[in-house]
Design a protein around this ligand. Structure first.
Ligand code: SAH
Length: 255
């Protein structure tokens, strides 16, 4: 990891431009990192690529930067969303951080029948996503959307985006995990058969999806149920595994 601080900022960026940071970012540069005038910083805003900059001055509450060269051009990220049922706080935080590292383009908390979560603080999750993007060398920060009910998401879905539904269950109500009958096809096999194009991954809550939710999902033309192996994964593990597999087979892990 580079020792030069790397920050996400909101304003437009251009070579030679000036930027005044305040709040946590000013505090971080001047108090935590103890930068002095002339010290290097890198900044990106999700639109104009990444720039080298240098600290030009600071006050009690601000830090001023002068931008020099653009060191990376903005590039599009693969169009992959992650839909997840909010979990307990620490697990949700982990999931959001990993989703950013693994290149999710948007993060959508969805409320399912068995969602059992602390209140979803989207503003806090968005700040976490910013920190993760700064750390992982992304040029964009994926938006974290307001939590929305699963059935509303499905009603509003646009048919051209394939929804990859992580479905661990079988259909036999009398057997643990629904037995082998009606199990989803392994995710890698499903992905190999898909065209390139917009996609989303849906992972359920700790309690899984209800029978009604599974049935509804499996009936929709844009949904592809997928299996993630013979073990039941925690939701945050399932999300990280599914994102990784998609990036490897359909996304930007390819050569
Ligand atoms: N149904 C279980 C566990 C849910 S695991 C229960 O009732 O307790 C949480 C979520 O992770 C699931 O809803 C599913 O989306 C995903 N998941 C976990 N293991 C999986 C697997 N082996 N295959 C596909 N999805 C899986």
């Amino acid at each position: 990891m580079s020792a030069t601080p790397r920050l996400y900022v909101a304003p437009d960026l251009a070579e030679g431009g000036d930027l005044v940071l305040d709040g946590d970012q000013a505090h971080y540069l001047t108090r935590v990192m103890r930068l002095e005038a002339g010290d290097p910083v890198r900044v990106f805003n999700g639109r104009h690529g990444e720039f080298e900059a240098a600290l030009t001055g600071s006050t009690k509450s601000t830090a001023s930067l002068r931008l020099s060269a653009r060191v990376r051009e903005q590039a599009a990220v693969p169009d992959l969303w992650l839909l997840f049922a909010p979990l307990k706080k620490a697990r949700t935080d982990f999931l959001v951080e990993k989703a950013v590292e693994l290149g999710a383009a948007e993060i959508l908390p969805v409320l399912t029948e068995r969602t059992d979560a602390d209140t979803v603080r989207v503003d806090r999750l968005q700040r976490l996503a910013i920190e993760a993007a700064e750390q992982t060398e992304r040029l964009d920060v994926p938006p974290v959307r307001e939590a929305i009910k699963l059935h509303t998401v499905l009603q509003q879905w646009s048919d051209d985006r394939i929804l990859i539904f992580a479905d661990e269950a079988g259909d036999d109500q009398g057997r643990p995990w629904g037995g082998e009958a009606g199990k989803a096809i392994p995710m890698a096999d499903v992905l190999r058969g898909l065209p390139d194009g917009p996609a989303a991954i849906l992972v359920g809550p700790e309690g899984g999806f209800s029978t009604a939710e599974r049935k509804r999902l499996r009936e929709l033309p844009f949904v592809r149920p997928v299996g993630l192996g013979p073990r039941i994964l925690r939701a945050e593990t399932a999300a990280a595994a599914a994102l990784s597999l998609w990036q490897a087979v359909r996304g930007d892990w390819r050569a």
